[in-house]
Design a protein around this ligand. Structure first.
Ligand code: GLY
Length: 387
């Protein structure tokens, strides 16, 4: 049952620019890699942010790309996302270390985001809503204060920009606060639209069809040199999905001008909506959106930011985050000698990790030696459904 003027929908777990010769700077080592994908035909199964980003990068390196996805982009987990680029706050949430493989990957991708956003914007001629204002993280309880303090120490030790705002207690119920300079946002929906347009401009094709095998792909698109499997939740044998529910408000006078994070909650102001999230449900009976759960998110957000009380709900939705048993993204070649690659299981960090994933996949497709850090994310035997 939809309330007046609201859109309520469930995003299913479904899971394309100028031929520019670029010298690509390695996101981790900053070494120049010469593009060698020129003229190769690459099929990509899955047109969420990961599939689209891999396609964009490969088209940029001169490849001919055909994407497959049975569903419209508005049905993707990427559309359901809040668009946060949040290596620091997510580091705290997953309990990692500043120098572990995951954090290194996340910060490298965040650093690459401004260049990536510019490239997508220039290639598509469309805006992506990249907003570099830092994220305000607040602690409301003693436990949250301890966690935020620990994050502060980790970030400082790792040489990351973070500071305690002078007016620390600037939002409702805050006992301490941090400005996280690495953490910012993009309008994920504008990004997806721009990526699609850029890929189309570069000659990439999108086929609205589900594909499971190389034979199916080649029957539809002709012979391919490589396949990238990027269908989100469909790429893992062990179906580890975590449901997330969220809602959006119409913009309101006096509303927040930067991303605010508190516990597992967040407020993400965009030009045309204010996204509020999110639940994190490992055990769920139904993938549907629930008014009870989203009302609870709204109440929590209003306690943090009372100005939101005057804003009307415009939309409620749910999505399923793809998670591998390891908890890490899976990015790389599927078995020695095969021209099959996988990019999936980005869990909470698909938008953040899109640029670095696209780079790692394009490098792997071109046969470049994988960088040291990417070894932590290689597919392991038995974990990928597609072979
Ligand atoms: N990246 C935020 C979320 O998954 O809720």
């Amino acid at each position: 049952v939809s309330q007046a003027g609201e859109i309520a929908h469930m995003v299913a777990p479904s899971a394309l620019f100028m031929r520019i010769c670029v010298a690509y700077i390695d996101a981790m080592t900053f070494q120049t890699v010469s593009p060698t994908a020129e003229g190769r035909h690459v099929a990509i199964a899955g047109a969420g942010v990961i599939g689209l980003s891999c396609a964009f990068e490969l088209v940029r390196r001169g490849a001919r790309v055909t994407l497959f996805d049975p569903a419209d982009i508005s049905q993707s987990t990427s559309w359901a996302a809040a668009g946060m680029i949040a290596p620091a706050y997510e580091l705290m949430l997953h309990g990692g270390q500043i120098d572990d493989a995951m954090s290194t990957l996340c910060f490298a991708s965040a650093d690459h985001w401004p260049d990536w956003a510019r490239a997508v914007r220039e290639a598509s001629g469309l805006p992506v809503g990249h907003d570099t204002r830092p994220t305000l993280a607040i602690a409301r309880t003693g436990e949250e204060v301890v966690r935020l303090d620990a994050l502060f120490e980790q970030l400082r030790a790792g040489g990351k920009q973070v500071f305690r705002p002078v007016h620390g207690l600037i939002v409702g119920g805050a006992r301490s606060a941090l400005q996280l300079c690495s953490d910012h946002q993009v309008d994920n929906r504008k990004l997806l639209t721009a990526l699609k347009a850029a890929i189309g401009r570069g000659g990439g094709k999108l086929v609205r069809q589900a594909v499971e095998t190389r034979d199916e792909i080649e029957a539809l698109a002709g012979e391919v040199d490589a396949i990238v499997w990027a269908r989100g939740t469909r790429e893992t044998c062990v179906s580890n999905m975590v449901k997330g529910q969220a809602l959006a408000l119409h913009p309101v006078a006096g509303g927040p001008t930067q991303v605010i994070r508190y516990g597992g909650g967040y407020i993400v102001p965009k030009a045309d909506r204010i996204v509020i999230g999110a639940t994190s449900e490992a055990d769920f009976a139904s993938a549907e959106v629930s008014y009870k759960a989203t009302d609870a998110l709204l109440q929590e957000a209003r306690a943090v930011c009372p100005a939101l009380s005057g804003a009307r709900v415009s939309e409620r939705w749910s999505g399923l985050r793809p998670l591998a048993p390891s908890g890490l993204p899976v990015i790389g070649r599927l078995g020695e000698g095969k021209d099959d690659f996988v990019a999936t299981a980005h869990y909470r960090n698909g938008i953040l990790l899109a640029p670095v994933t696209a780079k790692l996949i394009a490098d792997a497709v071109e046969g470049h030696t994988v960088s040291q850090i990417s070894k932590a994310f290689q597919p392991t035997r038995g974990m990928a459904a597609t072979a």
